[in-house]
Design a protein around this ligand. Structure first.
Ligand code: SF4
Length: 673
């Protein structure tokens, strides 16, 4: 089967025959998709009745509907590692709704009915037919695709890279495990730093890299430049913590420090505005004040390096730091009193190590490291054989450019869209000899692939979620509530079958059935040393050329820059400004006046590395020297996602010296169109 996309429309799923959920080969229009996703019953009726009925016939239609079997079936959301449990409401052959169970899933879960019938869905394996970046594909049978994949992996073994988006399933781990068995030089999780806290600073100070904030038990929260209510992963945990706060007699106070009035600041008790990128300086000034007032927690005084820290911070220029950060010394002093009294949990994003250290340090001074209501070390789920040690994802483009990689296997990630300066990745993907992409919908990385393999939502297959529970490996199986399309292979079974085929050729053995694979997993208990203090030195970040700081919002709806193809999620971005259906840029009204930009006017944003168009939204909550754009919109293809503005990641300059993506050191120019 061959097809070519119309040049006028952004391409949706590239195969002409895009079967509906019943697998009957019907094409689904946007309208019928919306009907099916939004409620299902209208679409259901449309499917049952051949033509528009009159009033009497509608009664009959109601009768038909009542005769259809209806059930609430257990399933799960596979959109992030939490793998939330939920119930799917099924009427006849259709999934028409989501019923939450405790702990209640986040808003992403409610898109599951839309996902099942989405026009961008990949339902069969597809092989490239023509040059990369075109939209000509040949549909393959599942067996043929498996054979092709196995032979390519065999040929490229030792020169394979595997990039996986963490979704909590055994299937994604199986592909990483296969990469290790093939002696792949690069096996990596997709690097999404926005949902983490200052974990690199904790690793430096304690030797342990996995930390999570105990929000539910926090006495109060002080967030430095971190829109934690939207960004912290996984969202369900934050949501649960907020619920527990509501049930408490005394709700914890929340204070945010940062340049922009983000959604967390809007819901906070107090927002302390500061200059862009200077939040760590405010944290350092607070730490120095705590030391000056001897307001530290007694446990801090017993930690290694405490005396040197006290001496070092004793020399810290508090007024100078406050002036640089654009905050009043008095305002900082008032917050420090609260901090010392109530031992708040301090949050900050995973930016440069120098930016993370002051936040980690404050937590340690307040006795909030390794303590209830503070930052807790998390155990690690890993392979007993030690076979899999994920490396940095961002090393892959350089490895491809250096000729070390012949085949890149991407599992549910989209680096051609969701990385800083994604043009780097697109260039690398154009050059890699073979690119294999597993995905649920047609997206930018899949468009460059040689072989695209469909991943059905958990509702259509037997999904196994793995997690740590009480120090043990927990496996949770979710049965399918409806069949997957005929040629859509189960990704876990496929990984195990490929491992079986390649067994004699693997560099190291790999379990070839699910039970043995699970048995190879173990829980490594958290092994954090006591926090070791060092006197942090902070210098301002260097920014790319441009007039305005580029701030990036990470909307919960578009978690990890995914979900831009789902109308329900597109309509949930930026509720404070109704930033719906289009990439918008927040501009301070003062700046807009100076630039001659009106509200809702189209503007051009350009940086050293890219240019995008966005719709201006005048917003006094963003400072005059910055603009803010939400991450996750601006896809170049898709029935709903394509052509709804630009992707701000295209503007972000990649910091070549950084191991992890740095998203916050870009400046842009703004021009009215
Ligand atoms: S937290 Fe949200 S995105 Fe993650 S699994 Fe639960 S419902 Fe899905």
């Amino acid at each position: 089967m061959k097809s070519e996309m119309s040049p006028e429309l952004p391409p949706a799923s590239p195969l002409v025959s895009s079967p509906g959920p019943a697998g009957d080969g019907r094409r689904m229009s946007r309208r019928s998709f919306l009907l099916a996703g939004a409620g299902g019953l209208a679409a259901l009726s449309a499917g049952v009745l051949p033509k528009a009925p009159g009033p009497v016939a509608w009664q009959e239609a109601g009768g038909v509907h009542r005769a259809l079997p209806e059930a609430l079936l257990p399933s799960a959301c596979g959109e992030c590692p939490a793998g939330c449990e939920l119930l799917l409401r099924k009427v006849g052959d259709w999934v028409v709704g989501v019923r939450p169970i405790e702990p209640k899933p986040c808003l992403r879960a409610y898109t599951l009915p839309q996902q099942l019938v989405h026009p961008d869905r990949i339902r069969v394996p597809m092989a490239r037919d023509g040059g990369r970046g075109g939209d000509r594909w040949t549909a393959l049978g599942a067996e043929e695709a498996e054979e092709r994949l196995a032979s390519w992996l065999e040929e490229a073994r030792g020169r394979v890279a595997v990039l996986v988006s963490e979704d909590g399933e055994l299937a994604s781990r199986a592909w990483m495990r296969l990469g290790a068995a093939l002696a792949a030089p690069h096996v990596a999780w997709e690097d999404w730093v926005h949902g983490d806290g200052p974990v690199d600073a904790f690793q430096e100070a304690t030797g342990w890299a996995r930390w999570t904030p105990d929000l539910a038990e926090a006495a109060g929260v002080l967030a430095f430049g971190f829109d934690f209510l939207q960004a912290l992963m996984p969202p369900v945990r934050t949501q649960e913590a907020l619920k527990q706060w509501q049930e408490r007699k005394i709700r914890p106070e929340v204070v945010t420090v940062g340049p922009r009035l983000d959604l967390s600041s809007m819901r906070a008790d107090e927002w302390l505005p500061c200059r862009v990128g200077r939040e760590p300086l405010v944290a350092l000034a607070m730490a120095a004040m705590l030391v000056k007032n001897k307001g530290w927690h007694p446990s801090a005084a017993r930690l290694p390096g405490f005396d040197a820290l006290v001496a070092g911070l004793g020399r810290f220029d508090i007024p100078g730091a406050c002036e640089q950060a654009g905050v009043q010394v008095g305002a900082v002093a008032r917050l420090v009193e609260y901090l010392a009294d109530r031992r708040w949990l301090c949050l900050g994003p995973r930016r440069r190590l120098a930016d993370q250290r002051p936040v980690a340090l404050l937590n340690a001074l307040l006795g909030r490291v390794g303590e209830q209501g503070g930052w807790l070390p998390e155990p690690e789920l890993r392979w007993k054989s030690g076979a899999h040690r994920p490396g940095p994802a961002e090393a892959v483009p350089a490895a491809i450019a250096g000729g070390q990689i012949d085949l890149l296997l991407v599992y549910r990630a989209n680096p051609a869209f969701a990385t800083p300066e994604p043009a780097r990745w697109r260039k690398a993907l154009q050059h890699v000899r073979r690119l294999v992409v597993f995905t649920d919908v047609y997206q930018e990385t899949a468009r460059l692939a040689d072989l695209v393999l469909p991943v059905a939502p958990p509702a259509e297959r037997r999904a196994r979620f793995v997690s740590v529970d009480g120090g043990q490996v927990r496996v949770r199986e979710v049965a399918p509530v409806m069949p997957a399309p005929a040629e859509c292979p189960d990704p876990l079974d496929l990984a195990l079958r490929v491992a079986r085929r390649l067994a004699p050729k693997l560099a190291s053995p790999m379990p070839t059935d699910a039970e043995a694979l699970v048995a190879e997993l173990e829980v490594a208990p958290a092994a954090a040393r006591p926090f070791t203090f060092s006197v942090p030195e902070w210098t301002a970040p260097s920014y790319s050329a441009g007039r305005f700081h580029l701030l990036l919002e990470t909307p919960l709806a578009l978690l990890r820059m995914t979900g831009g193809h789902l109308p329900y999620l597109i309509s949930a971005v930026g509720p404070h400004l109704r930033q719906w259906w289009e990439t918008t840029v927040e501009i301070n009204p003062e700046t807009a006046r100076e630039l001659g930009v009106a509200d809702r006017q189209l503007v051009k944003l350009s940086s050293e590395v890219g240019t995008i168009h966005a719709r201006a939204k005048l917003y006094a909550g963003v400072p005059p020297d910055a603009v803010c754009v939400p991450l996750g919109l601006g896809h170049t293809l898709g029935a709903f996602a394509g052509k709804v503005g630009g992707n701000p990641a295209e503007l972000v300059k990649w910091a070549a010296e950084a191991e992890r993506p740095l998203w916050t050191q870009t400046k842009v120019n703004v021009e009215a169109l």
